[in-house]
Design a protein. Structure first.
Length: 141
């Protein structure tokens, strides 16, 4: 759900929520689709963070994985609530491409490297833990 954070894919996906197709009448937009969908994603991320916080951990590895996961959610949620929501509203209002690009570039510059570092650390620990404990996981690859 957050692996596309600070990426062109996420920006494109948010913007695509605003596209209309004239040959599909049921596709008529209300003008708030991008923001609405992003707000739903934010709610999901907040619920996921609460679930992570409630996880019980017994070993050091589990505690570290939980802490890394919590850090990752706590990094991205405020960005979704602020920068990405501003971007979504700009998409909904058919704002200029240069203004949209500025927001997306700012997100990447401010948060991209830290997100990638935290995400990779979590995946590395998670994969090692899964292998050590013989847990079958589809890592999306």
């Amino acid at each position: 759900m957050i692996n596309d954070f600070a990426s062109a894919d996420l920006a494109r996906h948010i913007n695509d929520e605003t596209k209309e197709y004239s040959d599909i009448p049921s596709n008529k937009k209300k003008g708030n689709e991008a923001a609405t969908n992003l707000n739903n994603k934010i709610l999901y991320l907040e619920q996921s963070l609460e679930k992570v916080k409630k996880l019980s951990t017994s070993g050091d590895e589990e505690k570290e994985i939980k802490a890394l996961s919590q850090q990752l959610y706590e990094l991205v949620i405020p960005v979704y609530k602020n920068e990405y929501l501003a971007y979504a509203k700009l998409c909904d209002s058919k704002g200029s491409q240069s203004a949209k690009d500025e927001i997306i570039n700012s997100i990447d510059q401010k948060y991209g490297a830290r997100f990638e570092q935290n995400f990779n650390a979590l995946m590395e620990k998670g994969k090692a833990y899964a292998q050590k404990n013989n847990i079958q996981v589809n890592w999306g690859q």
